[in-house]
Design a binder for this molecule. Structure first.
Ligand code: FES
Length: 139
């Protein structure tokens, strides 16, 4: 084993093995992996920061609260706690209706329910309300 192999294997091990084929970026973990916060905040989806929500299939993160906000294939807004209950990685959105975890393959539906493990529990779903371009996320 040369130095490069050693480093690659060490990094993969530190990411939790099961996702060895996952990209290293998928190893992004959150510090708070247990408690979804109660929130009530509003974002302006017309701002450049949230422009991904102007199209179906787009999504953004509210990193202050660990929430992923997505616009599904039908144009509905969905807000979920973005910390995977398996090992704390940040879940993503497939642009349609599923929220995959890139670390070990767990899948969550639009209600935050787990539909494929290894996660054994879902993530909190937040309510959303759109008035004009103001999207309120609460719950
Ligand atoms: S952290 Fe393992 S499936 Fe999400």
């Amino acid at each position: 084993m040369d130095r490069r192999d050693f480093l690659q294997k060490s990094i993969i091990l530190s990411c939790g093995i099961a996702g060895a084929s996952a990209f290293l970026e998928a190893c992004k973990k959150n510090n708070n992996t247990t408690t979804a916060p109660t929130v009530n905040f509003t974002i302006d989806i017309s701002s450049s920061q949230y422009s991904a929500l102007q199209q179906n299939g787009g999504y953004v993160y509210n990193s202050a609260n660990n929430i992923i906000i997505a616009r599904d294939h039908s144009g509905n807004f969905i807000a979920l706690y973005d910390v995977c209950p398996h090992a704390g990685c940040t879940i993503q959105f497939d642009g349609k209706s599923t929220f995959p975890c890139p670390c070990h393959g767990s899948l969550f539906d639009e209600n935050g329910n787990v539909t494929q493990g290894p996660a054994t529990s879902g993530v909190k779903k937040y309510s959303t309300s759109l008035k004009g371009t103001q999207l309120n996320v609460f719950g």
